[in-house]
Design a protein around this ligand. Sequence first.
Ligand code: 5GP
Length: 119
Amino acid sequence: LHDSYDPNNIFAKIIKGEMPSIKVYEDEVALAFMDVFPQSEGHTLVIPKLVQARNLLDMPSDYLGQYMLKVQKVTRAVEKALTPDGLMVSQFNGAPAGQTVYHLHFHIIPRWEDKPLGR
Ligand code: 5GP
């Protein structure tokens, strides 16, 4: 949980443009793009751009508020675009919790009454 940030992780490369992604929102604070292995239609990831944080635990508090506002903004945009019945917003800290990429990200996962999650 407390390892140092790897500046060459996949999401850092996406920010730098060294790795392709399908971007749906970007400003100076955050970047949102489609998950390559979507758990439902519209599965989107939102990552902070201003700081190098592996997870929520090491995200500097001074940057958290502005980043979370972008998570909400993108969640609202996904809701408007796809009109799901619900939206899961999730975030994992450490491999035992399911984290596989070590740059802070929130998952926005649209849900429909009649559709189970699946890849
Ligand atoms: P975690 O389990 O760390 O919370 O989620 C990492 C997410 O990143 C997974 O849902 C995975 O599908 C996604 N992912 C991994 N590599 C890439 C990539 O290169 N591009 C994109 N767009 N998503 C990725």
